[in-house]
Design a binder for this molecule. Sequence first.
Ligand code: HEC
Ligand code: HEC
Length: 329
Amino acid sequence: MIEELVYDPTPYELELPLGLPEMVIPEDNPLTKEGVALGRKLFYEKRLSGDNTMSCASCHNQALGFTDNGKAVSTGIDGVAGNRNAMQLINLGYGFSFFWDGRSKSLEDQAIEPVPNPIEMHESWPNAMDKLQADDEYPSLFYKAFGTDEIDSNLVAKAIAQFERTLISGNSPADAFVNNTADLSSSARLGFIIYTTEKGDCFHCHPVSNGLYTDNLFRNNGLDETSLDSGLAAVTKDPNDLGKFKVPTLRNIAQTAPYMHDGRFETLEEVIEHYNEGGHASATIDPLMKHVGTGLNLAPQEKQNLLDFLNSLTDEEFLNNEDFSDPNL
Ligand code: HEC
Ligand code: HEC
């Protein structure tokens, strides 16, 4: 059977919504229809876990911006809880380092980690590969995507990374407003002004101008005087990086509660209150947290305006896109 298969993958053309930049695709992993389809199947594949109960999607639920079902921190197959909040998987193809502490430098590197992680999928790669290799379909799907039916972890990671690069969100009401194709409510419009001016000061770290609502850098936004989690410093070993975490995108932010690297805030109201109070000073607090000690002093109505703008970043097309859902359903 396999001998009759042809390796002739079809290039996958990304459709970028207005306002999103070109995406740089790594030369050694071009997007193909076959690769993306395989990556999607693998993203929902429970046999990648030790007891065949958990897939990537178990902790990254599309309807919630690919976050973990309202959990502050994620729990793996053995019931052991980690100490971090599952991150949204949105516009990842524009990122250049991954995880809250930036320890992975590519999506391909990142996708290798959850399988052997003892508090996540807890399966050895050789076992996981054996299961896929013994399957009726997978060997031919790998052949069609990569020209070999010998499955290995790097090809799994490549396919998943291809799928992840297609998870693009840019069709929210806020986008229509920024692109001048539709209006927002007057309250959300006022919220947009607060967001994009010194009054609320959100736009420096979560920019509108690049279409991403994150600068993809690592910053300390004043959550703690002394951070329990060292964040970026655990990777760089530089004390100047203590308490710095990846700036998350605010796209679909209404769907991704709870918030921050440890899921400490249950609601967006609490997040807004954190910034309104100005945050906690520390040696590594970001210079762009300019209101430490004084606070933003937003009136209750202005907090509501800001909340209404954040809610306008919900992209129903993304959350319900059938190309991103479980292909086995
Ligand atoms: C047990 C729950 C769980 C499972 C299963 C899981 N993840 Fe995650 N994911 C997380 C958590 C928690 C984080 C943040 C961890 C950290 O920063 O240390 C994360 C972070 C990520 C990120 C980083 C996003 C960014 O913006 O930097 C990507 C990408 C990702 N996961 C993809 C995957 C893929 C692909 C799989 C399957 C191979 C997977 N995850 C399986 C919980 C999970
Ligand atoms: C100095 C840069 C900076 C500024 C200014 C800033 N943020 Fe953030 N924001 C961050 C960082 C860094 C995180 C992640 C922190 C963490 O988890 O430790 C974050 C997290 C968030 C989150 C949680 C996202 C998630 O997925 O958990 C929301 C919501 C948020 N910010 C909204 C805002 C709003 C609204 C403003 C303006 C009032 C603002 N931010 C201003 C850097 C900033």
